[in-house]
Design a protein around this ligand. Structure first.
Ligand code: UD1
Ligand code: M6R
Length: 371
């Protein structure tokens, strides 16, 4: 039931304040007399010791689920101190890459039925790793075959383009980072800031959804373009990949997400006054590096659209012209949840304006159950 919306993708984008609330419900527990909040992931509590002691955590997924894991990787590394590596499921299988008994392998999948992810799970089980699932579908193959896991509880996702599952996956993995990371004095302030950030996230997402008309207006400007680049780094490298994936899969416009740190190593050759480039430059430890990326793009007369934190519009684009999209600032590791929303809206409006099928893009299936 699409309710008051025209398409499922549109409905699912707009219901993210609610789906995020459901994802967190009952999992952030305010601790009695003291102010501290503990994270309770019921499905993992008996396995927490093994996860903490593992030599490595390996994220495995495809498409949007891979991107969500990539967004959560920095905070999991920071809080757990365990090295975190990334695997696209098909590539792990193609290489028959090393997976050991001392590894925790985390399988991220909205449907829980993706063939590549499922086969990678079977491979990791054969190799003796602890296998953890992060799925949206109770009773799915991945939920059943993993040793333990977490349901993201985002509610059924109908649109082929994954939107609300992406943001709920990131939130679950941020909670996983809090749960795996020890509660030490040195990281107490950071943990509290993340927990406060999680509580505030639904209202911040509600705020960023107000950009709907602005993104429709931007879509009108981009409607006839052949191609679009998206640059991000740090926490928002994943935002660049995921924003570009959304645009290409539904609007059928060529679009590439790129690591901003790699710009000078090739992509810079593409820059001219015609190619639209989105730069994610919200306020975090990488901000000054992104400012210098923007300056270098200006120097090549790049056609820029900059996503920045509220209040940064003037400083982010000094020395050139660009279109600025201001988003609310949240704790840095949660910023990808906010930043993806305008790009989801852009992909949606581009698709409708270009007259393509939003919920059932050409050649794609919601769940890819063949290899
Ligand atoms: C569970 C209940 C929830 C109830 C809550 C109350 C289910 C599905 N969930 O939620 O309805 O409100 O207790 O305490 O009944 N699992 C996997 N692989 C996966 C995902 C999950 O093995 O990919 C396992 C978990 O290890 C766990 C079970 O499935 O044993 C349920 O997981 P989850 O729904 O995340 O647990 P809770 O949040 O505790
Ligand atoms: O159900 P899964 O999360 O395992 O699906 C993985 C990908 O097939 C999926 O995310 C795909 O990339 C989406 N169409 C992206 O919107």
């Amino acid at each position: 039931n699409k309710g008051r919306y025209e398409h499922y993708m549109q409905k699912e984008i707009h219901e993210q304040p609610e789906s995020l609330t459901t994802t967190m419900r009952g999992r952030l527990i305010q601790g009695g007399s003291c102010k501290a909040t503990t994270v309770l992931l019921g499905g993992l509590k008996d396995h927490m010791k093994t996860i903490r002691r593992s030599r490595r955590i390996v994220f495995v997924g495809c498409g949007t689920s891979y991107n969500a894991a990539l967004a959560a990787r920095p905070i999991l590394e920071e809080l757990s101190g365990v090295p975190v590596t990334m695997e696209i499921a098909s590539d792990l299988l193609d290489r028959q890459g090393p997976i050991y008994r001392e590894d925790t392998a985390v399988f991220v999948s909205q449907s829980g039925e993706t063939a590549d992810t499922l086969l990678a799970l079977e491979y990791a089980l054969d190799n003796g790793a602890l296998c953890v699932g992060i799925t949206n579908t109770v009773g799915s193959a991945i939920a059943r075959k993993t040793h333990c896991g977490v349901h993201i509880n985002a509610g059924a996702e109908i649109g082929v383009a994954s939107t609300k599952a992406y943001t709920s996956q990131i939130v679950v993995m941020a909670m996983l980072a809090l749960a795996v990371g020890g509660d030490t004095i040195s990281n107490q302030a950071r943990r509290e800031a993340i927990v406060d950030g999680l509580y505030d996230l639904p209202s911040k997402v509600r705020e960023v959804l107000k950009l709907d008309n602005e993104m429709k207006d931007l879509a009108k400007q981009l409607i006839a373009e052949q191609s679009l680049l998206v640059f991000g780094r740090g926490y928002n490298y994943a935002t660049a990949l995921e924003g570009a994936l959304k645009v290409k899969e539904v609007s059928l416009m060529h679009s590439e997400g790129m690591l901003a740190g790699e710009m000078k190593h090739g992509p810079l050759a593409l820059v001219d006054e015609n190619l639209p480039i989105i730069v994610i430059a919200t306020h975090d430890a990488c901000f000054s590096k992104q400012q210098s990326v923007i300056q270098q793009l200006h120097a090549r007369r790049g056609r820029l659209i900059v996503v920045c934190s509220k209040g940064d519009a003037a400083s982010v684009c000094s020395g050139g012209s660009c279109r600025v999209i201001e988003v609310p600032q949240v704790e840095d590791c949660l910023q990808p949840v906010v930043n993806i929303v305008p790009l989801q809206l852009l992909a949606y409006h581009l698709t409708v304006l270009r007259g393509h099928n939003v919920d059932q893009p050409r050649n794609l299936a919601k769940s890819v159950t063949t290899q």
